[in-house]
Design a protein around this ligand. Structure first.
Ligand code: ADP
Ligand code: MG
Length: 501
């Protein structure tokens, strides 16, 4: 099968003719100890089929029991998203066959979700806020996982066998669905990315999920449709799945806008279907025609009682919510005395948590910021990786800062020490020892270098004695050169001043 290359309309032209409508469905896997309806471990990464039990294997007669923590965390997410929390909600069976779902149905919530009618304000690249309205956040269980053998890149196409792993079956999931996002125009792709970014930050901050898109603990489906400018009625939407990075969320929306516009212009009919995002070229490929709700034959699960959320409990949970990320950001921005743009850059660079961890390890905020925002961000860009993926820890950065403060490293030597750690040469002290980076403390050697530099630069000495005390830079430079940058600059300056008195 060759890659489906579609006709695309230029993005600006799309916006002259069409108004995009967008809806995002985000699945968040909860980091509970155990599964949503049974006591098997819900942790990621175990031997296949080792975290299973009669309920998650769907054995006949096995009865689900609701994980209270799962309900509590669903409420926590709902509250953080400014939702109403239902006093009573229900689990329903969503019936569909899939080999990694042995029961033949998924336990989900349908017409009675636990949380509904909320909103999340997200900040766009230029600093403006956009309110994304939340339709509902409901509880459900994850399915197992299939591994296809013999096909290309683990795909089912061309595979000779498929393996089922039920470890993930029954892991608690919260599905968060937005209301249709209207009037976004050219910003639709950006809003999609900003929303998922904010949501990811939120669930991590309230401690309910690690929200790793690369490991599937956060999954995004983007629904997009176009309507001619001025038309009330929504167009037909497609739902793009398999999006596994923030960048891809933006690209998937953008691509669908350009593809659908070209298709409509060519007189093709847009059909409601799922599409699969192609990481390789940023396109989307046709999936299956979309089932409508009726196809799932939803009905209340007779094995599970209604979920009750008494108001006192909801208030208790509300009281456990930590300072939310944007509130904390505003506070830190004020405390650190930086601008909104500086804070935004630092957050976008993924530096905030790293800076805070470095401060926790003993530096000032300014010192931590200087390293992560400048030197280390440049190093990450050079390696083309995320800042947090750099091979240095906040503790190590704090250690280097401490050595500079103690006068054991100059800034220049500190950078070399960091370079060594980043290059995998060992711990900070190992790199300093191996590269011989310690500042020269041997006063005799430094004094000799100072004498030599003064003797070699009589003109500077003369200017200095004539009252121009700012000319010592060249002397310091010469001493640094002679000591290969390892002389303590404070000591060098002191010696020069003494000798020229
Ligand atoms: P499904 O179960 O079919 O995935 P959901 O109700 O869970 O449907 O989610 C549909 C998402 O698509 C919601 O975010 C909704 O706001 C959005 N949506 C609905 N209609 C349209 C449309 N015509 N164009 C774009 N998005 C839409
Ligand atoms: Mg859905």
């Amino acid at each position: 099968m060759t890659a489906a290359i579609h006709d695309l309309m230029d993005f600006d032209e799309v916006l002259e003719k069409f108004d995009p409508v967008m809806g995002l469905e985000v699945h968040v896997e909860l980091a509970t100890e155990t599964k949503m309806f049974s006591t098997s471990s819900a942790h990621f990464g175990a031997e296949p089929n080792s975290n299973v039990d009669p309920v998650s294997l769907g054995l006949p007669g096995a009865l689900p029991v609701v994980n209270a923590k799962g309900v509590e965390w669903a409420i926590k997410i709902g509250l953080a998203l400014n939702c109403q929390i239902a006093e009573s909600s229900r689990f329903a069976r969503k019936n569909y066959f899939y080999p990694d779902q042995p029961k033949g149905y998924q336990i989900s919530q349908y017409d009675e979700p636990i949380a509904y009618d909320g909103w999340l304000d997200v900040v766009l690249d230029d600093g403006t806020e956009w309110r994304v309205e939340i339709e509902r956040a409901h509880m459900e269980e994850d399915t197992g996982k299939l591994t296809h053998l013999g096909g290309v890149a683990g795909r089912i196409h061309g595979a000779t066998a498929s393996l089922v792993d039920c470890n993930r079956a029954g892991v608690p999931l919260i599905e968060i669905v937005t209301k249709p996002i209207l009037g976004a125009g050219a910003r639709a792709p950006e809003i999609a990315r900003a929303y998922v970014t904010a949501l990811r930050e939120l669930v991590k901050a309230i401690g309910v999920s690690d929200a790793r898109m690369d490991q599937g603990s956060m999954r995004v489906d983007s629904n997009v449709s176009l309507r001619p400018i001025g038309q009330e009625e929504f167009g037909v939407r497609t739902e793009t799945k398999n999006i596994n990075s923030l960048k891809s969320v933006e690209q998937a929306v953008r691509y669908e806008m350009m593809r659908q516009a070209a298709a409509i212009e060519n007189g093709e009919e847009i059909v409601q279907e799922t599409r699969h995002y192609q990481e390789l070229d940023g396109s989307t490929r046709k999936g299956r025609p979309k089932e409508s709700a009726e196809d799932y034959r939803y009905f209340n699960d007779p094995d599970l009682p209604p979920v009750l959320a008494p108001r006192e409990w909801v208030e208790e949970i509300r009281a456990t919510l930590p300072e939310l990320p944007w509130v904390r950001r505003a506070r830190l921005q004020e405390e650190w005395g930086i601008s909104e743009a500086e804070m935004r850059d630092l957050v976008n660079a993924g530096a905030l948590e790293l800076i805070l961890a470095t401060v926790d390890a003993g530096t000032t905020a300014d010192e931590a910021r200087a390293w992560w925002v400048n030197y280390l961000s440049a190093a990450a860009r050079e390696q083309d990786i995320e800042l947090e993926a750099l091979a240095i820890t906040p503790e190590q950065v704090a250690e280097v800062v401490g050595l500079v403060k103690e006068g054991k490293l100059t800034t220049k030597l500190a950078r070399q020490a960091v370079d060594g750690v980043l290059a995998g040469e060992g711990t900070v002290s190992e790199v300093i020892a191996a590269r011989g980076l310690e500042v020269v403390r041997d006063d005799g050697a430094i004094e000799a270098a100072v004498d030599e530099a003064l003797a070699a630069n009589p003109d500077i000495v003369e200017k200095y004695r004539a009252g121009n005390t700012k000319v010592t830079g060249a002397i310091v430079g010469a001493v640094m050169k002679a000591t290969r940058g390892k002389a303590d600059p404070a000591l060098v300056n002191k010696l020069i001043a003494e000798k020229l008195k």
